[in-house]
Design a protein around this ligand. Structure first.
Ligand SMILES: Nc1nc2c(c(=O)[nH]1)N[C@H]1C(S)=C(S)[C@@H](COP(=O)(O)O)O[C@H]1N2
Ligand SMILES: [Mo]
Length: 304
Protein backbone atom coordinates (compact mmCIF):
# COMPACT_ATOMS: atom_id res chain seq x y z
CA UNK A 1 0.00 0.00 0.00
CA UNK A 2 1.21 3.46 -0.77
CA UNK A 3 0.40 6.38 1.39
CA UNK A 4 -0.38 9.78 -0.02
CA UNK A 5 1.85 12.45 1.46
CA UNK A 6 0.04 14.61 3.97
CA UNK A 7 -0.35 18.32 3.30
CA UNK A 8 2.17 19.01 6.07
CA UNK A 9 4.75 16.83 4.29
CA UNK A 10 4.73 18.98 1.19
CA UNK A 11 4.36 22.38 2.81
CA UNK A 12 7.17 24.35 4.40
CA UNK A 13 6.57 24.13 8.12
CA UNK A 14 6.63 27.85 8.77
CA UNK A 15 3.85 28.33 6.24
CA UNK A 16 1.93 25.37 7.54
CA UNK A 17 2.00 26.79 11.05
CA UNK A 18 1.11 30.30 10.00
CA UNK A 19 -1.54 29.38 7.46
CA UNK A 20 -4.46 30.45 9.62
CA UNK A 21 -2.97 33.75 10.68
CA UNK A 22 -1.93 34.52 7.10
CA UNK A 23 -5.43 33.89 5.92
CA UNK A 24 -6.94 35.98 8.66
CA UNK A 25 -4.64 38.95 8.38
CA UNK A 26 -3.33 39.25 4.86
CA UNK A 27 -6.16 38.21 2.59
CA UNK A 28 -5.62 36.25 -0.56
CA UNK A 29 -4.88 39.17 -2.86
CA UNK A 30 -1.84 40.27 -0.94
CA UNK A 31 -0.61 36.70 -0.64
CA UNK A 32 -0.94 36.24 -4.35
CA UNK A 33 1.37 39.11 -5.06
CA UNK A 34 4.00 38.57 -2.38
CA UNK A 35 4.54 34.83 -2.03
CA UNK A 36 5.75 32.18 -4.46
CA UNK A 37 3.24 29.78 -5.98
CA UNK A 38 3.65 26.95 -3.50
CA UNK A 39 3.23 29.35 -0.62
CA UNK A 40 0.07 30.74 -2.16
CA UNK A 41 -1.38 27.27 -2.29
CA UNK A 42 -0.37 26.48 1.25
CA UNK A 43 -1.76 29.71 2.56
CA UNK A 44 -5.12 29.47 0.90
CA UNK A 45 -5.99 25.80 0.79
CA UNK A 46 -9.67 25.17 1.41
CA UNK A 47 -10.59 23.00 4.38
CA UNK A 48 -12.69 20.99 1.91
CA UNK A 49 -9.59 19.80 0.06
CA UNK A 50 -8.33 16.28 -0.12
CA UNK A 51 -4.96 15.51 1.45
CA UNK A 52 -3.84 13.58 -1.62
CA UNK A 53 -0.77 14.86 -3.44
CA UNK A 54 -1.63 16.92 -6.52
CA UNK A 55 -0.72 15.94 -10.06
CA UNK A 56 1.85 18.03 -11.83
CA UNK A 57 0.89 21.11 -13.85
CA UNK A 58 2.16 19.28 -16.91
CA UNK A 59 -0.12 16.28 -16.32
CA UNK A 60 -3.15 18.44 -15.59
CA UNK A 61 -2.73 20.53 -18.71
CA UNK A 62 -1.72 17.92 -21.32
CA UNK A 63 -4.13 15.04 -20.62
CA UNK A 64 -7.58 16.53 -21.11
CA UNK A 65 -11.09 15.93 -22.34
CA UNK A 66 -12.53 18.86 -24.24
CA UNK A 67 -14.26 17.52 -27.34
CA UNK A 68 -14.73 21.00 -28.81
CA UNK A 69 -11.01 20.70 -29.61
CA UNK A 70 -10.88 17.02 -30.57
CA UNK A 71 -11.24 13.60 -28.98
CA UNK A 72 -7.59 12.79 -28.22
CA UNK A 73 -6.38 13.59 -24.73
CA UNK A 74 -3.63 15.71 -26.30
CA UNK A 75 -5.94 17.72 -28.61
CA UNK A 76 -7.11 20.35 -26.09
CA UNK A 77 -3.54 21.34 -25.20
CA UNK A 78 -2.74 21.63 -28.90
CA UNK A 79 -5.84 23.48 -30.12
CA UNK A 80 -7.50 25.35 -27.25
CA UNK A 81 -5.05 28.25 -27.65
CA UNK A 82 -7.34 29.61 -30.37
CA UNK A 83 -10.25 30.25 -28.01
CA UNK A 84 -10.84 33.90 -27.14
CA UNK A 85 -11.58 34.09 -23.40
CA UNK A 86 -11.37 37.84 -22.84
CA UNK A 87 -13.83 39.53 -22.79
CA UNK A 88 -16.18 36.92 -21.33
CA UNK A 89 -19.60 37.09 -19.82
CA UNK A 90 -22.06 34.60 -18.44
CA UNK A 91 -25.76 35.00 -19.08
CA UNK A 92 -27.60 34.08 -15.91
CA UNK A 93 -31.33 33.65 -16.20
CA UNK A 94 -34.42 31.59 -15.66
CA UNK A 95 -35.84 31.52 -12.14
CA UNK A 96 -33.60 34.20 -10.64
CA UNK A 97 -34.32 37.66 -9.23
CA UNK A 98 -31.49 39.46 -11.02
CA UNK A 99 -31.04 37.93 -14.49
CA UNK A 100 -28.49 39.40 -16.86
CA UNK A 101 -25.17 39.14 -18.58
CA UNK A 102 -22.50 39.09 -15.89
CA UNK A 103 -18.92 39.89 -16.87
CA UNK A 104 -16.20 37.81 -15.31
CA UNK A 105 -15.21 40.75 -13.12
CA UNK A 106 -18.77 41.10 -11.81
CA UNK A 107 -18.84 37.42 -11.04
CA UNK A 108 -15.59 37.53 -9.08
CA UNK A 109 -16.37 40.80 -7.29
CA UNK A 110 -17.30 40.30 -3.68
CA UNK A 111 -16.71 36.58 -3.75
CA UNK A 112 -15.58 36.04 -0.20
CA UNK A 113 -13.50 32.94 -0.93
CA UNK A 114 -11.88 34.43 -3.98
CA UNK A 115 -8.39 32.97 -3.80
CA UNK A 116 -9.25 29.67 -2.18
CA UNK A 117 -7.51 26.56 -3.39
CA UNK A 118 -9.60 23.42 -3.63
CA UNK A 119 -7.54 20.32 -4.14
CA UNK A 120 -10.05 17.86 -5.55
CA UNK A 121 -9.77 14.46 -7.12
CA UNK A 122 -11.34 14.16 -10.53
CA UNK A 123 -12.37 10.72 -11.63
CA UNK A 124 -13.29 9.05 -14.85
CA UNK A 125 -11.59 5.87 -15.97
CA UNK A 126 -8.54 7.72 -14.68
CA UNK A 127 -8.02 10.09 -11.80
CA UNK A 128 -6.00 13.18 -11.04
CA UNK A 129 -5.75 15.52 -8.10
CA UNK A 130 -6.01 19.13 -9.20
CA UNK A 131 -5.39 22.24 -7.07
CA UNK A 132 -8.21 24.37 -8.41
CA UNK A 133 -8.67 28.03 -7.65
CA UNK A 134 -12.32 28.76 -7.41
CA UNK A 135 -15.31 29.72 -5.34
CA UNK A 136 -18.56 28.01 -4.42
CA UNK A 137 -21.21 28.13 -7.13
CA UNK A 138 -23.61 28.85 -4.25
CA UNK A 139 -22.13 32.31 -3.70
CA UNK A 140 -22.88 33.28 -7.30
CA UNK A 141 -26.37 31.80 -7.13
CA UNK A 142 -27.00 33.70 -3.89
CA UNK A 143 -25.85 36.88 -5.57
CA UNK A 144 -28.33 36.55 -8.43
CA UNK A 145 -31.16 35.40 -6.15
CA UNK A 146 -32.61 31.94 -6.75
CA UNK A 147 -36.41 31.99 -6.85
CA UNK A 148 -38.47 29.53 -4.87
CA UNK A 149 -39.67 27.55 -7.89
CA UNK A 150 -36.14 26.68 -9.04
CA UNK A 151 -35.18 23.00 -8.74
CA UNK A 152 -32.25 22.61 -11.15
CA UNK A 153 -29.37 24.56 -12.65
CA UNK A 154 -28.53 24.26 -16.35
CA UNK A 155 -25.09 25.12 -17.77
CA UNK A 156 -23.96 25.74 -21.32
CA UNK A 157 -20.51 25.98 -22.94
CA UNK A 158 -19.68 28.66 -25.50
CA UNK A 159 -20.67 27.87 -29.10
CA UNK A 160 -17.92 29.12 -31.37
CA UNK A 161 -17.20 26.73 -34.26
CA UNK A 162 -14.78 29.21 -35.83
CA UNK A 163 -12.52 28.79 -32.79
CA UNK A 164 -13.50 25.27 -31.76
CA UNK A 165 -12.78 22.80 -34.57
CA UNK A 166 -14.70 19.96 -32.87
CA UNK A 167 -17.91 21.98 -33.11
CA UNK A 168 -17.67 21.83 -36.92
CA UNK A 169 -18.45 18.12 -36.75
CA UNK A 170 -21.61 16.50 -35.38
CA UNK A 171 -19.66 14.51 -32.81
CA UNK A 172 -21.80 15.89 -29.98
CA UNK A 173 -24.99 17.91 -29.98
CA UNK A 174 -23.31 21.29 -29.50
CA UNK A 175 -23.20 23.40 -27.46
CA UNK A 176 -22.11 21.14 -24.60
CA UNK A 177 -24.72 21.30 -21.84
CA UNK A 178 -24.94 19.92 -18.33
CA UNK A 179 -27.09 20.30 -15.25
CA UNK A 180 -27.27 19.80 -11.51
CA UNK A 181 -30.12 19.51 -9.05
CA UNK A 182 -30.33 22.73 -7.02
CA UNK A 183 -29.15 21.09 -3.77
CA UNK A 184 -26.11 19.66 -5.58
CA UNK A 185 -25.42 23.07 -7.08
CA UNK A 186 -25.63 24.76 -3.67
CA UNK A 187 -23.32 22.25 -1.97
CA UNK A 188 -20.04 23.84 -0.84
CA UNK A 189 -17.99 21.20 -2.70
CA UNK A 190 -19.46 22.44 -5.99
CA UNK A 191 -17.23 25.20 -7.28
CA UNK A 192 -16.71 27.39 -10.27
CA UNK A 193 -13.00 27.27 -11.06
CA UNK A 194 -11.14 30.17 -12.62
CA UNK A 195 -7.60 28.94 -12.09
CA UNK A 196 -5.34 26.12 -11.03
CA UNK A 197 -1.92 25.87 -9.43
CA UNK A 198 -1.97 29.54 -8.54
CA UNK A 199 -2.47 30.60 -12.15
CA UNK A 200 -5.24 31.62 -14.49
CA UNK A 201 -7.18 28.63 -15.79
CA UNK A 202 -5.46 27.15 -18.87
CA UNK A 203 -7.72 27.10 -21.93
CA UNK A 204 -7.59 23.31 -22.23
CA UNK A 205 -8.99 23.09 -18.70
CA UNK A 206 -12.01 25.26 -19.49
CA UNK A 207 -10.97 28.91 -19.28
CA UNK A 208 -12.09 31.31 -18.21
CA UNK A 209 -14.65 29.66 -15.93
CA UNK A 210 -15.74 26.04 -15.53
CA UNK A 211 -17.66 23.87 -13.13
CA UNK A 212 -15.98 21.36 -10.78
CA UNK A 213 -18.17 18.78 -9.01
CA UNK A 214 -15.68 16.51 -7.27
CA UNK A 215 -17.99 13.62 -6.35
CA UNK A 216 -19.21 13.14 -9.93
CA UNK A 217 -17.66 11.73 -13.09
CA UNK A 218 -15.68 14.27 -15.05
CA UNK A 219 -18.21 14.89 -17.80
CA UNK A 220 -20.48 16.82 -15.40
CA UNK A 221 -17.76 19.45 -14.90
CA UNK A 222 -18.59 21.59 -17.92
CA UNK A 223 -15.98 23.98 -19.30
CA UNK A 224 -15.98 27.55 -20.63
CA UNK A 225 -19.47 28.38 -19.37
CA UNK A 226 -21.47 31.16 -21.02
CA UNK A 227 -24.94 30.41 -19.71
CA UNK A 228 -26.43 29.42 -16.36
CA UNK A 229 -30.20 28.95 -16.14
CA UNK A 230 -32.31 28.11 -13.10
CA UNK A 231 -35.12 25.77 -14.11
CA UNK A 232 -38.00 23.84 -12.56
CA UNK A 233 -37.36 20.64 -14.52
CA UNK A 234 -34.33 18.45 -15.25
CA UNK A 235 -32.15 20.23 -17.80
CA UNK A 236 -30.85 18.79 -21.06
CA UNK A 237 -27.47 17.13 -20.59
CA UNK A 238 -25.28 16.41 -23.61
CA UNK A 239 -23.92 13.00 -22.65
CA UNK A 240 -27.19 11.73 -21.23
CA UNK A 241 -28.84 12.70 -24.49
CA UNK A 242 -26.10 10.98 -26.51
CA UNK A 243 -26.37 7.67 -24.66
CA UNK A 244 -28.81 7.59 -21.76
CA UNK A 245 -27.99 4.02 -20.81
CA UNK A 246 -24.35 4.93 -20.39
CA UNK A 247 -24.43 8.41 -18.92
CA UNK A 248 -27.04 9.36 -16.36
CA UNK A 249 -28.05 12.76 -15.11
CA UNK A 250 -26.53 12.16 -11.66
CA UNK A 251 -23.17 10.65 -12.69
CA UNK A 252 -22.12 10.18 -9.07
CA UNK A 253 -18.86 8.26 -8.86
CA UNK A 254 -20.02 4.79 -7.88
CA UNK A 255 -17.86 1.66 -8.09
CA UNK A 256 -20.98 -0.49 -7.58
CA UNK A 257 -22.60 0.67 -10.82
CA UNK A 258 -20.75 -0.29 -13.98
CA UNK A 259 -20.86 1.59 -17.22
CA UNK A 260 -22.57 -0.83 -19.66
CA UNK A 261 -19.28 -1.23 -21.54
CA UNK A 262 -16.75 -1.22 -18.71
CA UNK A 263 -16.31 -1.67 -14.99
CA UNK A 264 -16.19 1.48 -12.90
CA UNK A 265 -14.81 -0.29 -9.84
CA UNK A 266 -11.25 0.93 -10.32
CA UNK A 267 -9.41 3.85 -11.82
CA UNK A 268 -5.98 4.45 -13.30
CA UNK A 269 -3.98 7.12 -11.54
CA UNK A 270 -2.35 9.53 -13.93
CA UNK A 271 1.28 10.22 -13.21
CA UNK A 272 1.59 7.94 -10.22
CA UNK A 273 5.08 7.04 -11.45
CA UNK A 274 6.46 4.14 -9.52
CA UNK A 275 3.03 3.47 -8.04
CA UNK A 276 1.14 3.64 -11.35
CA UNK A 277 -1.62 1.12 -11.76
CA UNK A 278 -5.25 0.73 -10.95
CA UNK A 279 -6.66 1.62 -7.57
CA UNK A 280 -10.18 0.92 -6.27
CA UNK A 281 -12.61 3.74 -6.95
CA UNK A 282 -14.32 5.18 -3.89
CA UNK A 283 -18.04 5.83 -3.81
CA UNK A 284 -18.75 9.53 -4.35
CA UNK A 285 -15.03 9.77 -5.12
CA UNK A 286 -14.36 9.72 -1.37
CA UNK A 287 -16.68 12.63 -0.55
CA UNK A 288 -19.49 10.41 0.76
CA UNK A 289 -19.47 11.92 4.26
CA UNK A 290 -20.31 15.28 2.75
CA UNK A 291 -22.69 14.34 -0.07
CA UNK A 292 -24.31 10.94 0.50
CA UNK A 293 -27.17 12.68 2.31
CA UNK A 294 -28.19 14.43 -0.88
CA UNK A 295 -29.27 11.05 -2.27
CA UNK A 296 -30.92 9.51 0.80
CA UNK A 297 -33.72 7.22 -0.30
CA UNK A 298 -32.74 7.24 -3.96
CA UNK A 299 -31.85 4.04 -5.80
CA UNK A 300 -28.43 4.96 -7.18
CA UNK A 301 -28.40 2.01 -9.58
CA UNK A 302 -31.45 3.58 -11.28
CA UNK A 303 -30.40 7.20 -10.75
CA UNK A 304 -26.87 6.71 -12.08
N1 LIG B 1 -17.47 21.93 -22.79
C1 LIG B 1 -16.94 20.77 -22.41
N2 LIG B 1 -16.79 20.52 -21.10
C2 LIG B 1 -16.24 19.35 -20.68
C3 LIG B 1 -15.88 18.34 -21.62
C4 LIG B 1 -16.07 18.64 -23.01
O1 LIG B 1 -15.76 17.82 -23.91
N3 LIG B 1 -16.58 19.86 -23.35
N4 LIG B 1 -15.38 17.14 -21.19
C5 LIG B 1 -15.76 16.74 -19.83
C6 LIG B 1 -15.05 15.54 -19.43
S1 LIG B 1 -15.58 14.08 -20.13
C7 LIG B 1 -14.06 15.56 -18.48
S2 LIG B 1 -13.37 14.11 -17.93
C8 LIG B 1 -13.57 16.83 -17.92
C9 LIG B 1 -12.06 16.91 -18.06
O2 LIG B 1 -11.55 18.06 -17.43
P1 LIG B 1 -9.97 18.37 -17.45
O3 LIG B 1 -9.51 18.20 -18.87
O4 LIG B 1 -9.81 19.76 -16.94
O5 LIG B 1 -9.32 17.37 -16.54
O6 LIG B 1 -14.15 17.97 -18.56
C10 LIG B 1 -15.54 17.87 -18.82
N5 LIG B 1 -16.06 19.12 -19.34
MO1 LIG C 1 -14.74 12.47 -18.90
Amino acid sequence: MTRDPKWSDVTPKSLWLSRRSLMASAGAGLLASTLPATAKIAAAKSPLSTDAAPNTYEEITTYNNYYEFGTDKSDPAAYAKGLTTDPWSVEIGGLVDRPGAYGLDDILKGVSLEERIYRFRCVEAWSMVIPWIGFPLASLLDKVGVQSGAKYVAFQTVMRPEEMPGQRSRLLDWPYREGLRLDEAMHPLTILATGLYGEELPKQNGAPIRLVVPWKYGFKSIKSIVKITLTDSEPYATWKNMAAREYGFYANVNPEVDHPRWSQASERRIGAGLFAGRVPTEKFNGYGDQVAGLYAGMDLSKNY
